[in-house]
Design a protein around this ligand. Structure first.
Ligand SMILES: [Zn+2]
Length: 370
């Protein structure tokens, strides 16, 4: 049977599930797990949909996990999984083949809580979102996945409402909003239990959406309504607004002779996409774990972490401004020179994130084209 090497792990795939282009998400999971262990002094991992066990093995070999519970609903991959995880000491892992929700319920009943719960699922995460909160330790990490590009496209708002509690709409940054729907859904479920979530990082790569959050009991300032809300898009000029909950009925764009009502999507997460402090620790740790290749991505995440909950694709700037697509880095430099925050974004190579209004972005881009 074919073997593959990734990080320090060598695994047999056999008939088990393996997504090669998810290596970036596995690398970031290992880095975050390793930082967590150094901060908290322990790392017990629950890999709820482990497939061939590559992630579980990497948490054991590279992130220093004290214990890994590798679960996969399919018992037919048991032999491959056992063979792969046998590289870890026998008392440091456990393999089960149960529906993942049942695993969470066992954890809750036994009060057996985990520091990092990694859920690499297909499609939308559905009922996992609420149930995984029962199995995480306070202060611990949940790492969710969605490969569901259809529902979040804005063309099926009834489906996104049913699955995430978000009425999605069509606009140029739906991929960012997909990440924000996932975080928002998890955050709202946590709030229901008196808990809060703080995003560690959010990753969009190759049609896969991944968010890692820390689940905490207390926030310095617990204002959920400031991190969870609506984003409005002006259909006429392409600008965005983040209206306050209390004034949703007045949400409009004032860049026109008469105010234009905004197309509202939400509620979703409108707070930071990433935790800058945690990302800094991951960057510092990357070379010693042989994961320095991820530093450029992590640096971009650090830069974009606290910018408003939308971005401007350069093609949209060109189309709206009736000009050629402006050079990204020169546009960013010009906006920064004008006193705005602006950066490239990992969400899309030819796009910028900025706190400048779209009108200023267009004027700046136009000035560069002369
Ligand atoms: Zn407008």
């Amino acid at each position: 049977m074919s073997k593959i090497t990734e990080g320090k792990a060598i695994v047999t795939i056999g008939n088990a599930f393996y997504r090669p282009h998810s290596q970036t998400s596995r690398d970031l999971g290992v880095l975050a797990g390793s930082v967590y262990k150094s901060q908290m002094g322990q790392l017990r991992v629950l890999d709820g949909m482990t497939g061939c066990g590559l992630r579980a093995l990497r948490y054991g070999l590279e992130a220093g996990a004290d214990f890994v519970w590798a679960n996969d609903g399919d018992p037919e991959i048991g032999a491959v999984l056992s063979q792969n995880l046998s590289q870890l000491p026998a008392d440091r892992y456990r393999i089960t083949h149960e529906a993942v929700n049942r695993v969470f319920w066992h954890c809750a009943i036994d009060r057996d809580y985990y520091d990092l719960i990694d859920l690499d699922s297909f499609g939308h995460p559905g009922a996992i979102v609420a149930d995984c909160l029962q199995a995480v330790r306070y202060g611990g990490l949940i790492y969710l996945t969605s490969t569901d590009g259809r529902t979040i496209s804005g063309h099926f708002p009834q489906d996104s409402l049913r699955l995430y509690g978000t009425y999605s709409r069509v606009h140029p940054c739906v991929q960012e909003h997909a990440l924000r729907m996932l975080i928002g859904s998890l955050a709202q479920q946590a709030e229901r239990l008196g808990l809060h979530v703080v995003p560690v990082f959010s990753l969009y790569a190759g049609q896969i959406y991944r968010v890692m959050v820390r689940v905490v009991q207390k926030l310095p300032k617990n204002r959920f309504d400031q991190s969870y809300g609506f984003v409005g898009h002006c259909p006429q000029c392409g600008d965005y607004r983040v209206p306050d909950w209390r004034y949703l009925s007045r949400a409009s764009c004032d860049r026109h002779e008469k105010p234009v009502p905004l197309t509202l999507a939400g509620p979703l997460w409108i707070g930071p996409l990433h935790d800058r402090t945690m990302i800094k620790s991951m960057i510092d740790r990357a070379p010693s774990l042989d994961l320095a290749d991820q530093i450029p991505l992590l640096t971009l995440m650090q830069d974009e972490a606290e910018l408003p909950p939308y971005h401007f694709p350069l093609a949209e700037v060109g189309r709206r401004g009736k000009m050629d697509i402006p050079p990204r880095d020169r546009l960013i430099e010009a906006l920064v020179r004008s006193g705005y925050r602006a950066t490239a974004t990992h969400l899309q190579g030819s796009a910028i994130k900025t706190d400048a209004p779209f009108g200023v972005v267009l004027e700046t881009a136009q000035s560069l084209s002369h």
